[in-house]
Design a protein around this ligand. Structure first.
Ligand code: GDD
Ligand code: MG
Length: 398
């Protein structure tokens, strides 16, 4: 579905709306624009068959966690801003995620982060959340909206501390929370704070007037710097989990955090205090061992002598052969791990198969639909592309 007509509310209407919503003092009902236009190149080969935001995180797409977060804070309407066709997203989620109504704004050509927001938010007449759909977070959005209203900001950026800000948007704050400077992808010599843009904003609709039409525009590189000069953008660091899921290493980290419940999720609540979730349709041989935290999806078959866990996520319909080992690892949906094969600290994509007597370790990534012949050793971050066949005994590292 396309968003509403591109004509936006007049300045007077917007002011009235702002006064009304300030009087109500509630941030709970703000709509959200979620950006999902990126390519996910650093996660190849996993993203060769699946969009980054639709990659499975334990048992549901990454994007589902963003929907959960918004829903938990009372958001009832989200517009998914798509730089290219959102077929996988629409097919999976349709028009709602529980009480969160979903619509899709599809750009003819990618418009950049600001252009995407402008296009998707065209029908909105009050403040709204805008956020990147490729990171995980659990910050208190009500607190962010309260701060936004108190300061009278045109834009408020959620901040989070990270060890290395170089891959993010660095945010320099003044004492009152005003953003002095926004530096996207700062050079090493510019890094003088650990606070970065966590990729979630509260925006007043007139911010969109700063976004030129007809070309791709970056909110980070073009809009925030201008708003900073005018002193109209504020930043607030809030406690709570935050992770940018951009690489195989952070993808595996995200799995660990969901399974260990250090990132609060609805799935984590279901895991309960025994940290084990085995779908009733799974067939686990009594001679197999499950070591929590572990999640075993629907229709999974686990044979005798297999050890699964700790920190294992087994996708729907996967099969783990006799005496196989899966530990601190992800096995995708419908993937087969043959007998005596171990997958440790690694990722095997969906619809793949790993033959008998293989070792997959050291953050190796097997792409979806790949077929690894018996007795191979994949290690040292080796990435096998999607749909690749590796013959028996073809790869070893020692
Ligand atoms: N609709 C739409 N159209 N969305 C887009 C487009 C586009 O043309 N280009 C990028 N996006 C989406 C991406 O899918 C992603 O969800 C978000 O916008 C940000 O783009 P990325 O390409 O992922 O940027 P980044 O990860 O390098 O940096 C961003 O995120 C960091 C936090 O993870 C910036 O916002 C940084 O400032 C921030 O620190
Ligand atoms: Mg990103």
């Amino acid at each position: 579905m396309q968003p509403g007509s591109p004509t936006r509310a007049s300045a007077a209407e917007r002011d009235e709306h702002r006064t009304r919503s300030r009087r109500r003092g509630r941030g709970l009902s703000l709509p959200a624009v979620i950006l999902v236009g990126g390519q996910g190149t650093r996660l190849r080969p996993l993203t060769e068959r699946t969009r980054k935001d639709m990659l499975s995180l334990v048992d549901r797409p990454l994007l589902a966690y963003t929907f959960e977060h918004l829903r938990r804070h009372g958001v009832t309407k989200a517009i998914v801003s798509c730089g290219y066709l959102p077929t996988q997203i629409e097919t999976h989620f349709g028009s709602a995620y529980g009480e969160l109504a979903l619509s899709y704004a599809v750009e003819d050509a990618p418009l950049g982060t600001a252009g995407g927001i402008r296009y998707a938010a065209a029908g909105l007449d009050g403040p709204f959340f805008a956020l990147n759909g490729d990171s995980l977070r659990e910050a208190d959005l009500d607190e962010l909206v309260r701060f936004h209203r108190e300061t009278g900001a045109r834009a408020t950026i959620l901040l989070t501390p990270v060890a290395d800000p170089s891959r993010y948007g660095l945010v320099r704050l003044a004492g009152d929370g005003r953003v002095r400077q926004f530096l996207e992808k700062p050079r090493p010599e510019d890094i003088d704070t650990n606070l970065i843009n966590a990729g979630l904003y509260v925006l007043e609709p007139d911010v969109l007037d700063l976004v030129p039409e007809g070309r791709a525009v970056s909110i980070e590189r073009e809009v925030f710097p201008r708003l900073c000069e005018r002193g109209e953008v504020f930043g607030l660091a809030l406690p709570g989990y935050w992770l940018d899921v951009g690489t195989p290493s952070t993808y595996l980290q995200a799995h660990r955090d969901v399974l260990e419940r250090s990132f609060r999720t609805e799935l984590g609540d279901q895991l309960g205090s025994d940290y084990m979730l085995v779908d009733p349709s799974a067939r686990v041989d009594p001679g197999a061992r499950l070591v929590p935290p572990v999640v075993v999806g629907p229709n999974v078959v686990i044979d005798a002598g297999a050890r699964v866990g700790s920190l294992a996520a087994i996708g729907a319909g996967a099969r783990l052969g006799p005496d196989s080992v899966v530990e601190n690892a992800v096995v995708g949906a419908r993937t087969i791990v043959e007998e005596r094969t171990s997958v440790i600290g690694s990722i095997v994509g969906q619809d793949a198969s790993v033959g008998a007597d293989c070792t997959v370790r050291g953050l190796a990534v097997v792409g979806p639909e790949s077929v690894i012949g018996p007795a191979n050793q994949l290690d040292h971050g080796l990435r096998v592309g999607a749909g690749i066949e590796i013959p028996a005994e073809a790869v070893r590292f020692s």
